[in-house]
Design a protein around this ligand. Structure first.
Ligand code: G
Ligand code: G
Ligand code: NA
Ligand code: MN
Length: 254
């Protein structure tokens, strides 16, 4: 409850910050994009991860304002990278169910890309299956609108939700992200390899790119590449870092 009062002040007090985690082209780069991950620099509790406050933000009706800030701040950062000649840079932004059903999401996104002069195709919007399955008809209509405007659509945590394949077929997704629960033991369990291989086959047939998340070891990476994964994300390739460290020496190159 105490945190919730603080959370209301987090935006006006400029305590929210964005970290960026590289998404690398398999097997060895270059960086294709970065996922935008929000953090809260709390004056007493230090740097808080989203699991400490996003659910509260949703319940308290703060997630739309926070989400709008994320979109604008991410576009501003992208513009800075583009101005510095990092011409291939893209960002992936997480969008929660409440944001998707907020009637001005499309407008907010259009305003942000126009303000900062970035093409919509430089933004990938990450939705989970459960987000898309909440009011499926309406979600589909919004996603189709975003897709027509040129935004890229990614289905996050794929395989953990309960969307039907029929629904998947209609989704204008450009990308599937294989949930890290299928990656963690991929080098030990033939069963997990079978599932990942099936997801990749499905994505290929539907002409979607495949991002594996939670890649932590060289053995996991090797299996994912052998199975045909096109992009990799995880601590092995790069942890989430502030913007100025993403492209710094020792971190994945531009
Ligand atoms: O950053 P971390 O690695 O702890 O992310 C945990 C979860 O928080 C992820 O599921 C991610 O989708 C979610 N998340 C991170 N940043 C944002 C954000 O800007 N908006 C929303 N809605 N969720 C986010
Ligand atoms: O998919 P989603 O957006 O929910 O997940 C992003 C979350 O995954 C973030 O909290 C990020 O910090 C975390 N993450 C990124 N790479 C790794 C990894 O290699 N291992 C683990 N355990 N978590 C990771
Ligand atoms: Na995500
Ligand atoms: Mn995910």
């Amino acid at each position: 409850l105490l945190l919730l009062n603080d959370l209301r002040q987090a935006l006006p007090r400029q305590q929210l910050v964005l970290h960026y985690q590289p998404i690398m082209r398999a097997p060895d780069g270059p960086m294709a994009a970065a996922e935008v991950l929000i953090r809260w620099q709390h004056p007493q509790h230090g740097l808080l991860l989203p699991e400490a406050f996003i659910a509260d933000a949703e319940r308290a009706g703060l997630i739309v304002d926070i989400g709008n800030w994320v979109i604008d701040a991410a576009c501003r950062q992208l513009r800075q990278w583009l101005d510095r000649g990092i011409s291939h840079m893209r960002l992936a932004i997480n969008v929660s169910a409440i944001q998707l059903h907020y009637d001005r999401l499309v407008e907010t996104l259009q305003t942000a890309v126009a303000r900062h002069g970035v093409e919509p195709s430089r933004l990938t919007l990450e939705f989970t299956e459960s987000v898309a399955m909440k009011d499926p008809e309406r979600s589909l209509a919004i996603l189709q609108r975003l897709h027509r405007l040129g935004f890229r659509i990614s289905l996050d945590d794929f395989g953990t939700g309960y969307s039907s394949l029929l629904y998947l077929k209609q989704l204008p997704a450009t990308e599937l992200k294989i949930d890290r629960s299928f990656v963690t033991e991929i080098d030990q369990r033939a069963h997990d390899r079978t599932i990942v291989s099936a997801i990749i086959a499905l994505a290929r047939q539907l002409q979607m790119e495949i991002v594996a998340e939670g890649v932590e070891t060289p053995a996991q990476k090797q299996w994912l590449c052998d199975l045909g994964c096109t992009f990799l994300q995880g601590y092995l390739l790069g942890v989430p870092v502030p913007a100025d460290l993403l492209l710094a020496e020792g971190h994945p190159p531009a």
